[in-house]
Write a protein that binds this ligand. Structure first.
Ligand code: FES
Length: 109
């Protein structure tokens, strides 16, 4: 499901019950792969490509509010996309998440 608000796409990720603590899933926003993570009771959405090399972040370990790229171990802050450890130095793009009527939505910032 998707809807258009002011020209930018909002994509429904699914019901809150289907996205429990620690879960990760992939959606496409404007044709771009985005990883959605449920961590510490919040939902975070980041572009699903490590800024070090072209490698998906989906499935990376999540702890302390960070997701770890499985390829070389760079960590990115879920809330901001900032690179917190080498070898990545550039941030990854983050997306806005919201919960509405029990459904999780992702949209471009
Ligand atoms: S590709 Fe992610 S740390 Fe190198």
């Amino acid at each position: 499901m998707s809807e258009s608000v002011n020209g930018s796409a909002a994509v429904c990720v699914g019901a809150v019950e289907g996205l429990p603590e620690g879960s990760q899933t992939e959606v496409r926003v404007d044709g771009v792969s985005v990883v959605v993570v449920c961590d510490a009771g919040g939902y975070y959405a980041l572009r699903n490509v490590c800024s070090h090399q072209d490698f998906p972040l989906l499935g990376g370990d999540v702890s302390m509010g960070r997701i770890t790229c499985a390829k070389h171990g760079a960590k990115f802050e879920l809330a901001t996309g900032k690179a917190k450890t080498l070898p990545a130095v550039k941030p990854v793009r983050v997306y806005r998440t919201r919960v509405e009527d029990g459904q999780v939505w992702v949209e471009a910032l």
